[in-house]
Design a protein around this ligand. Structure first.
Ligand code: ADP
Ligand code: MG
Length: 449
């Protein structure tokens, strides 16, 4: 008897090719399987993320076609690091026995989001210093601490870092970390199941430090805002530390009650801006070191010049580049970076139009499924939309041919090149195709090309 993971791998291998299989799938180990849930372990965080972004869907489809059941896949990371889980468990954390104090924080914080891995620069200096102060003297100097800024700039990282530092220094503190969305969902289910008392106890009484991510989420949700307001008051009155992040200032949050925004303004409001070049290079160097990616200084600088918008994009770009370098067995040079990211890397990052978005739009237009687009079927009803999606991906994201191939279920770059050529050619003589492409382009970027 084989297991579900081995079966799925056997099915996927011929489709993805041996190279992809060896590089990305074989290192993943099954740790548990039960009806509807498959647990895998990745050898590194990098592998975990790559698997989740590129192959999880294919594996799920494979399992679905074999078992006719929908599965969920959870991936954790080997090493002694604790699995990365995003949220605190619904029940209050148990007191921590002294013997396990140095163990990783049991409160749902990501292992790698620590002060030690956070690079300070002019763009985040105030926020980072305030976060340090909070970790040293919770409930004293900056309460609440409110950190705001655009996506991918390190807000969540700082929030976790405070949680880790406090847990390390004061293991007896009951630290509660969660997203505002989670707060709302828990509240809704507490109301539904008549468990409001437990909910209130958990957040108002059994909590010494409250860390809430993306508070803007509750704006306009009256009952949740009301509940948060009372939680805030209860904690604040007993000098418990509150730290909150958001994508804008308290006063800019449309639909947020005034009594909440005014309270969020009571402490310190600190912003995070996009990092400058030096900081971006420092972040890249650290990430490269963590992931054991060999990248020369001048190449790191070049990469940091191409990708300016935010740190998440920057990290993504490094991962992409190093992945293709590994696939091809070549060193990461400036030319190589340019090939992989494309000349248009900078504007592409800014607009964030992705191959996935294009696939979705094309599938919507033709009423076909994304999995078919990524699959091997060649009849015209699929092949045509697939070629159009590849063509638009090349044109609108500037992604390299190999990268597009990978995102279309691991196809060879020559397939993508052919598709792009044919679409360009046929368009010159076929007004219908030209019309379709134009309308899709319009839908995606809001202007005719
Ligand atoms: P946000 O919550 O602001 O959207 P995150 O905290 O999730 O952003 O950060 C996105 C990614 O960028 C994370 O992997 C994070 O570790 C990394 N990052 C952001 N800022 C920094 C920094 N100053 N130093 C190191 N890594 C950073
Ligand atoms: Mg965040």
């Amino acid at each position: 008897m084989t297991d579900i993971w081995t079966d799925a791998l056997a099915g996927l291998r011929p489709r993805l090719g041996t190279e992809t299989y060896e590089l990305w799938l074989r290192p993943m180990v099954m740790v548990d399987a039960m009806p509807g849930l498959l647990r895998l372990r990745a050898p590194s965080l990098f592998m975990k993320e790559w698997f989740e972004n590129h192959y999880r869907e294919a594996v799920l489809q494979e399992i679905l076609s074999r078992t006719h059941e929908r599965y969920t896949i959870e991936v954790d990371v080997a090493e002694d690091a604790a699995p990365i889980v995003e949220f605190v468990a619904p029940s209050a954390p148990a007191p921590i026995p002294a013997s396990t104090r140095r163990a990783s924080a049991p409160i749902g914080l990501s292992e790698r989001y620590r002060f030690g891995t956070f690079i300070k620069g002019a763009s985040n200096e105030l926020a980072a210093s305030a976060a340090h102060a909070v970790a040293e003297e919770p409930g004293k100097r900056f309460n609440p601490l409110f950190i705001y800024g655009g996506v991918g700039l390190g807000k969540t990282h700082l929030l976790h870092a405070v949680g880790h530092a406090l847990h390390h220094a004061r293991p007896e503190l009951r630290i509660v970390y969660l997203s505002a969305e989670r707060f709302m969902n828990e509240f809704i289910s507490a109301v539904r199941f008549n468990e409001c008392d437990q909910f209130r106890k958990r957040y108002r009484e059994d909590c010494d430090v409250l860390l809430v991510d993306d508070i803007q989420f509750i704006a306009g949700r009256d009952r949740t805002m009301d509940e948060f307001f009372h939680v805030f008051n209860a904690l604040y009155e007993s000098s418990k530390q509150i730290m909150v992040t958001a994508d804008r200032t308290p006063s800019d949050m449309q639909g947020m009650e005034e009594r909440i925004t005014s309270r969020l303004n009571w402490g310190l409001v600190a912003d995070i801006k996009p990092p400058d070049l030096e900081t971006r290079v420092a972040i890249l160097r650290q990430k490269a070191e963590d992931e054991r990616i060999a990248i020369a200084n001048d190449v790191a600088v070049y990469l940091a010049t191409l990708v300016r918008s935010n740190v998440r994009e920057l990290e993504g770009a490094l991962v992409r580049v190093s992945t293709f370098a590994a696939l091809k067995g070549v060193p990461i040079t400036q030319d190589f970076v340019r090939d992989v990211l494309g000349d248009t890397a900078a504007p592409r990052m800014a607009t964030q139009l992705t191959v996935e978005a294009i696939q979705k739009a094309v599938c919507g237009y033709f009423s076909v499924r994304v999995t078919d687009l990524k699959g091997q079927r060649r009849h015209k009803g699929i092949a045509r939309p697939r070629m159009i999606a590849m063509y638009l991906s090349r044109e609108l994201t500037g992604s390299s041919y190999p990268e597009i191939g990978l995102r279309f279920g691991g196809k060879d770059h020559s397939t993508v090149i052919n598709a792009c050529r044919r679409m360009a050619e046929i368009q010159t003589t076929d007004p219908e195709l030209r019309g379709i492409i134009e309308s899709l382009r319009h839908q995606l970027v809001g202007q005719p090309g």
